[in-house]
Design a binder for this molecule. Structure first.
Ligand SMILES: [Zn+2]
Length: 399
């Protein structure tokens, strides 16, 4: 009970900002004495600190506010994609304190070798935050494909060629004792929750996020909740046959949407195999910047490819919009990067449906998190464990 209430107060301070103990008592419905005792414990654990005097009441003696601290603890979020491993650390307040990305052609490696690199990225990340005097209390890895989060296993991820890979167990073995257990979850799901967290304060309750990476998935938030589906497979729309294509897909089928609008499709269309933008050992954003330069210089091949993809993307999105009726459609990954080309095409396609003109319209935006969305979501997921159970953070030994 006490543990739950500690979590409740910590979440309240995260969601609504610093406030006085008496305000917290009113808002939480807990007795003032209980609130004082709980806040005292959160202060001891380094999660909350005394803040400014609260003068919002205007009269009488101002109360002292308390607010989130947690600047000495953080969580690491990682993302493994076909082209890179990304890492990002967030402290308890959600402030980014470390970020990195290693370009790597995962498809050319065994899962064991790739996870060896993931372990190195984790070690480097832990060293980087420790250098700032910050301790990592949780780690989460976002991977493409079907993930059994309970077991920490990637069941099937065709884009990186993984089948039944026991990610959590292998990383535990490589990292050894003293490193937090690595949680594993699907990248699109984590990216969607992170994107929604950015938009929730604006009253967005129905969101469709399209991840534009090697794989294309659709993360769906409906009425504020993540859509998971019966077997947790909801949103795997990259493998839906959404257009006239018979291109073979790594999943074994033909004509998947991903083969028309995925990052691989863009790169194949804009450049020959020996072009540096197709060199998977180079950073993905550097390669996108080069494609963008060519587009801005008016290169016909690049512009033709972007136009074709914009049409296929707009077609698929309009089908999804008819099924889901989202309030906001966010284009993520490389779709966000080329938002100037893609957003108008999608808007035009959605706007052409005149029968719906009198209903509230769907807004099309670029993801604010871009290529970092999944790593960001993973870090938030790992932090969330602390908000659920603040006693995970020990009281420091007296000195
Ligand atoms: Zn497929």
């Amino acid at each position: 009970m006490r543990r739950t209430n500690l979590g409740l107060l910590l979440q309240l301070l995260r969601d609504h900002g610093a406030r006085s103990r008496s305000t917290i008592a009113t808002e939480s419905g807990l007795p003032k004495a209980t609130v004082s005792s709980l806040i005292g414990e959160l202060v001891e654990r380094g999660l909350v600190r005394e803040g400014e005097a609260d003068r919002s009441k205007g009269v009488g003696r101002p109360g002292q506010t308390v607010g989130l601290d947690g600047t000495t603890i953080c969580a690491l979020g990682l993302e493994i994609d076909a082209d890179y491993i990304g890492v990002l650390a967030l402290d308890l307040q959600g402030t980014e304190i470390h970020r990195g990305r290693v370009a790597l052609d995962i498809r050319g490696l065994s899962a064991e070798t790739a996870l060896g690199t993931v372990a190195n990225v984790i070690r480097d990340g832990l060293a980087a935050v420790e250098a700032h005097g910050v301790r990592a209390v949780g780690i989460c890895l976002a991977t493409p494909g079907v993930v059994d989060a309970g077991k920490g296993t990637v069941v099937f991820a065709p884009n990186i060629g993984w089948r039944d890979v026991p990610v959590r167990a292998w990383l535990r073995e490589r990292l050894g004792p003293g490193v937090p257990e690595v949680e594993v979850d699907n990248d699109a799901r984590l990216a969607t929750v992170a994107e929604h967290a950015q938009l929730a304060s604006q009253g967005v309750t129905d969101l469709l996020l399209l991840t534009g990476e090697a794989g294309v998935a659709g993360g769906v938030i409906t009425n504020g909740k993540l859509l998971r589906g019966h077997a947790g497979l909801a949103g795997e729309i990259g493998h839906a046959a959404l257009g006239p294509s018979d291109e073979p897909c790594p999943c074994g089928r033909k004509g998947c949407w991903e083969t028309m609008v995925g990052l691989g499709a863009l790169l194949r269309r804009v450049a020959d195999a020996d072009d540096p933008v197709r060199d998977a050992s180079r950073d993905v954003e550097e390669r996108m910047a080069e494609v963008m330069r060519r587009a801005q210089d008016g290169d016909a091949r690049t512009l033709g490819a972007l136009d074709d993809i914009a049409l296929s993307l707009a077609h698929g999105v309009s089908v999804l919009a008819d099924i889901l009726n989202p309030q906001v459609i966010a284009l993520g990954g490389y779709f966000a990067y080329f938002g100037d080309y893609f957003v108008p095409a999608v808007e035009e396609r959605l706007g052409s449906r005149k029968m719906l003109a009198s209903f509230p319209q769907t807004e099309v935006t670029r993801s604010r998190l871009g290529f970092s969305a999944a790593a960001f979501g993973a870090a938030q997921f790992a932090l969330d464990a602390v908000f659920q159970d603040p006693t995970l953070i020990e009281v420091p030994a007296a000195h």
